[in-house]
Design a protein around this ligand. Structure first.
Ligand code: F0G
Length: 482
């Protein structure tokens, strides 16, 4: 839905749904939050959900389901092999994407595991507009490397460009010339480019990039995990597409790719994943991996109840009212914080609002994880759990030095249809308070550092007693009970 007009005030984002089931939340007093932060090693992934007021870690697997999704779960056809539910899922995806071969997986990274396991050989290159943590980890594990060819302008945090996820076509051509087409395992374009702030790619750019790939016989892969947001932005920001329906746009995008995979923890608002493969031979080649790593070919590690829910979720994704909710709430949050002077990634994208931590806590050295520090401080000052998306989420260089991330952000995810506008206003208020007290925030250092995907389970400690000082300032303004 385009914004609903108001009579005598500026419009606010409008929920095109009503609440039917709720979950109680608790706001622990700030002293207890400090204790919990120490116990979690200053890593928001290690906090317990019961200790969190606003869980904005991710939109993965925590989107609200609709009444129709829940109702569909009751008709799940429980069978190890040949479940009707699978055939319904296959049919719905074929209707939406026009591809009939479906490999079901338990989640998005399982798709990445299987695709890279089959397609990436040591020394191979995978072209991307930008990497995602798990997609890159699978490729490097197999001795491949990733070339991130997003346009330079996509990495400029403050901007008004509508499609910051666009890949640089000149860089693509140069990369193919340098690597040789035979050494390129595939080109992966990520809709709603996660790590640069949920920024979309235009249809036009996807078309041009996949045309180049096809000229050179390079396989084209779409990561559609965040496609729903990207569809909204194509519909509302790409002039030539504004008269098309969401379903028409989806089909036009799908037609550009040989392979489409998705995390159904995001796409479809449930939990699971799948790989759609246009070519029959490639499909059969990858079947074995499903039975080996995921489950039988008609459930792929998913619960069939979740599969039934996601079938409805896929259908709902074709409804502009449904896919508008996330981007419109995010736009409101980004606009307000930007107005209040907080450095944000602009324009607001999908997935969440992104704070430019490099700007906010510019006094914290890159090796002390500015975004990691800021996200820990935000839990302390509001019970809000965000996610670090910066250097801490990178892996070290082979020589052991830090790989400094090109963008250093705190992500405040907006799971779809979950938070209300008043909760959003609370978040805006606490982020602004923290921004005004940013000089009190200090750095972090690792005390336990896993080698792979260290941000998930690593433990850190503050480099000084900055959390205690920050807490004192918070209590002075809000009292000890909040
Ligand atoms: N691709 C993209 C673009 C993603 O955002 C994710 C997950 C995956 C693949 C992997 O999917 O989690 O189902 O295995 N993103 C989550 C996030 C984890 O919080 O952004 P998965």
């Amino acid at each position: 839905m385009p914004e609903i007009k108001f009579y005598n005030r500026a419009p606010v984002p409008m929920e095109m749904h009503k609440v039917k089931i709720v979950q109680k939340l608790t706001l622990l007093p700030v002293k207890e939050r400090l204790q919990k932060m120490y116990e979690a090693g200053f890593n928001t992934f290690l906090l317990h959900n019961k200790d969190i007021f606003m869980d904005m870690l991710t939109d993965s697997g925590v989107n609200a389901m609709s009444d129709n999704m829940q109702a569909a779960m009751l008709r799940a056809d429980d069978a190890y092999a040949g479940s009707e539910t699978f055939y319904r899922m296959q049919q719905k995806l074929e209707e939406i994407f026009g591809i009939s071969y479906l490999l079901p997986t338990h989640q998005g990274r399982a798709c990445e595991h299987i695709l890279s396991q089959h397609l990436v050989k040591p020394g191979n290159c995978v072209i991307m507009n930008y990497h995602f943590t798990t997609s890159k980890a699978h490729i490097t594990r197999l001795g491949g490397h990733v070339e991130e060819l997003v346009k330079d302008e996509g990495l400029v945090t403050k901007s008004n460009l509508p499609f910051k996820g666009n890949i640089d076509l000149d860089k693509v051509r140069a990369c193919i010339a340098k690597e040789g087409a035979d050494n390129i395992a595939y080109m992966r374009l990520e809709a709603g480019t996660n790590l640069i702030g949920g920024q979309p790619i235009s249809y036009e750019n996807m078309k041009a990039a996949t045309e180049i790939a096809k000229e050179h016989g390079i396989l084209t892969v779409l990561d559609a995990s965040l496609l729903q947001d990207n569809l909204y932005f194509i519909k509302t920001r790409e002039d030539s597409m504004k008269d098309k329906t969401v379903a028409q746009i989806t089909r036009m995008v799908a037609d550009l790719f040989d392979v489409i995979y998705f995390s159904a923890r995001k796409f479809g608002f449930a939990r699971g994943g799948g790989i759609l493969v246009r070519d029959e031979t490639l499909f059969h080649e990858m079947e074995d991996y499903i039975t080996m790593f995921e489950g039988f070919l008609t459930y792929g590690g998913m619960s069939v109840k979740e599969m039934e829910a996601m079938i409805v979720g896929f259908e709902e994704t074709m409804d502009l009212d449904v896919i508008s909710q996330g981007p419109q709430f995010i736009a409101h949050c980004v606009r307000e914080l930007d107005r209040l002077g907080v450095p944000m990634v602009t324009p607001g994208g999908g997935l969440g609002a992104h704070i430019d931590a490099r700007e906010v806590v510019s006094h914290i050295p890159a090796e002390q994880y500015p975004a990691g520090s800021l996200v820990a401080a935000l839990y302390l000052c509001g019970g809000i759990r965000g996610m670090e998306r910066g250097t801490l989420s990178e892996e070290r260089n082979p020589d052991g030095t830090e790989h400094i991330a090109s963008v250093e952000m705190v992500r405040l995810a907006f799971p779809r249809r979950v938070f209300t506008l008043s909760q959003t206003e609370y978040v805006i208020d606490r982020v602004k308070w923290l921004y005004d007290h940013r000089h009190l925030i200090g750095g972090l250092r690792f005390v336990h550092e896993p080698k792979t995907l260290r941000f998930f389970t690593g433990k850190l400690e503050p480099v000084s007693d900055w959390p205690e000082k920050l807490m004192e300032a918070y209590i002075a303004d809000f009292g000890a009970d909040q």
